[in-house]
Design a protein around this ligand. Sequence first.
Ligand code: UDP
Length: 192
Amino acid sequence: MENYSKILGYSIYNKDIKSLIDDEIEWNSKKVVLSGNPAILYEGLNDKELNQHFKSSNTIIVPDGIGTVLLCKLKKKKLKEKIAGIEVLTSLLKVCSERNKKVYILGADKDTLNEAVKNIAYKFSGINICGYRDGYFKDTDKVMEEINECSPDLLVVALGCPKQEKFIYENFNKMNFNIAMGVGGSIDILGG
Ligand code: UDP
């Protein structure tokens, strides 16, 4: 089976989460992992810039949600399995804790974020969270500075969809990171 399935002009990752984490995600090239739920894929059809980014080789689109799997089925493109964004996030955090990689988390409200950081540090012992900041900031330049001081291997962005995707792509060239991922409400889940 090919690694990607083509639908609506997008290439959607079409293997299991283990292959995604072990083989597809490289830690030496700058990439965005996009949780491809129907809402963001639809947004990408109506936004020229997002569309270009989603189709670029910088992006790995993961089929997030039953809606995307059904969409592919309707188009007679069978997907191996749905891969939920939170599963990808927790798998990436596990890799980071095992391989001593740096993580920066941006997003959610202050209290939720603080709880999430504590829970992540507990669950993924030894993880290097090099910085974090809530998602209700005004000074984007300051946020860029903080991210770049840290140069994270993994940049987690929880600003809701499509704000987080726009943030990542608009600032793609200004930020030093290896893998970036918009995670929607996942920080709320980890902070709960
Ligand atoms: N959020 C944020 N800044 C904003 C808007 C949202 O940090 O300007 C956070 C919000 O607190 C929540 C997360 O984004 O933690 C995801 O929100 P939501 O569940 O609405 O996103 P979805 O999962 O629907 O994309």
